[in-house]
Every structure is written in C-alpha cells, then in structure tokens.
Design a protein around this ligand. Sequence first.
Ligand code: FMN
Length: 155
Amino acid sequence: MKTLVAFYSKNGHTRIIGEKLVKLFKADSEEISDLKDRSDIFTWAKSAFNEELKTPTKIALSKKNSQNYDLIIVGTPIWDGITPAVKAYLSQNKFKNVAFFATFGAAAEDAFYDMEQLAKKKPLSVLEVQDMQISRKEDEKRIREFEKEIMGKMK
Ligand SMILES: Cc1cc2nc3c(=O)[nH]c(=O)nc-3n(C[C@H](O)[C@H](O)[C@H](O)COP(=O)(O)O)c2cc1C
C-alpha cells in the first residue's frame, strides 16, 4: 500500500505527529508550504480570530503526485478551524483514500467535517491530538489505534 503523509505545521506539533505516522506507515512525506509569510503568527492568544486565518492562500506546488498513492493522511493544526494551507491542499488534490489528523490547544471542533467536504472523501479514520498529549507522551496509543482502524479498512 503506497501511503503519503501530507501536513502543514507552523510550530512543530503537527510535524511531530506527521513524522511518527511516516515511520509507522512506511510512508512518503510532504510538508505543505504556505506561500504567504506567516512569520507574524506567533501564538494562539495573539493571533486567533484574525481574519487572515480565514482567507484562502496559495501553496507551493506539491512534490508528490496525489494520484500515485492508495492512501493520503492529511494533517493540520487548528487555527480557529483548519489552516488555509491545508484547505488549499485538500481542494487541489484527488484522493483514493484519506485519513485526517489535527493538533490543537483546546479542541478540533468540526475540522474533520470541513476536511471531508474539501477532500470529497470520507476519512477511513481521524486522529485528534492535543498539544498537551504530545508533551505528556499520550499520543502514541492514539496513533496506534488510528493505524489499526485504517489498516482494518484498507484490507
Ligand atoms: C494562530 C493560531 C490560532 C490557533 N487557534 C486555535 C483554536 O482555535 N483552537 C485550538 O484548540 N487551538 C488553536 N491554536 C493552537 C494550535 O492549533 C496548536 O498549538 C497546534 O498544535 C499547532 O500546530 P503546529 O505546532 O504544527 O503549528 C492556534 C494556534 C495559532 C498559532
């Protein structure tokens, strides 16, 4: 099974989970690159509910062709919803099978519903990881459950 893990990460949390998934699934990896300079976005407290976060963005051309993969696992931080870069990635690519993951400070809210609408595919599984769970190393068990559900459905 050819798998790609595609994610956007500004502060590293989503990258940590993405890299663990790459190892577990023996997958290729694609870090989604937002062409808009986001260096002014530091913390949730400072930047949340900024209209910029709702404005569509342009992303760098994908290095990996989504059509070549049986499964694409897409990950996003939550920025008052899913990130503009991941919105762009989901709307611009075609998917055979998808699974989603999100990292967040408080709650993923309806992120996975929005991702499903944009990908036009129901996810095989979804994984929610709160930042605190990464620092407490509580993410591993959830990641294994996520993998188990996906593998069960890909058979
Ligand atoms: C601009 C901004 C907005 C955020 N908005 C939310 C939010 O609405 N809800 C939430 O639970 N966490 C929110 N967070 C926290 C991030 O979702 C969380 O820290 C996430 O793991 C960041 O991923 P990253 O480290 O890969 O960039 C926000 C963070 C930033 C920087």
